[in-house]
Write a protein that binds this ligand. Sequence first.
Ligand code: COA
Length: 184
Amino acid sequence: MEDARTVDYSRTTITELMIPSFANFSGKVHGGILLSLMDKVAYVCASKHSGTYCVTVSVDGVEFKEPVEVGELVSLAASINYVGNSSMIIGIRVESLKPKTGESKHTNSCYFTMVAKNEDGSLCKVPRLILENQQDVRRFYDGKILKKMRRQISNVLDAEVKAISEDDMIESLNEDRCLIGYPN
Ligand SMILES: CC(C)(COP(=O)(O)OP(=O)(O)OC[C@H]1O[C@@H](n2cnc3c(N)ncnc32)[C@H](O)[C@@H]1OP(=O)(O)O)[C@@H](O)C(=O)NCCC(=O)NCCS
């Protein structure tokens, strides 16, 4: 396997026409269709960089800023932002274009973490990333922070839940918009 690859080596864009079967009852495209396309482009990008089979491990920052309509052309641009040992963080930018008017909107940006695997399912070390400009460096640094923060959030959640009794937890929800529907 190559020891290092550039960001450009695995940069990938796919464009898909939004057809009527992708729509929900209000005529807008289902979020799940867009998520599936994001997973596809992330997979292509990660498997190009690693040269192996990859699995999706986590998704961060998915926000649907604008609805997508049937008839629009959705383009998903993916590039590797960060690599660890076996994991890769792929940044994805989604844009939707109305072909008749040429009007284009940025609908979503997010991060997919993919892990490279060997044939036997064990973790596979991925090539290092060659950072060729300031943007590559900034994105790699962002990815490193994201990985660290994800670990911290998970540790904080575990610690918070372990540190409080069920009664105190229920008490703390007094002002929130929930009802406790079982005897306590
Ligand atoms: C993700 C998976 C490989 C982690 O395996 P593991 O034995 O716990 O391995 P590790 O804890 O050593 O983690 C391996 C890498 O995944 C990363 N990772 C693990 N959990 C993660 C999470 N929740 N979010 C982001 N990255 C994660 C680790 O940081 C590590 O990265 P690194 O090698 O670059 O340092 C394993 O849980 C798995 O195979 N999950 C199923 C994935 C799948 O099938 N996806 C398809 C969805 S249907």
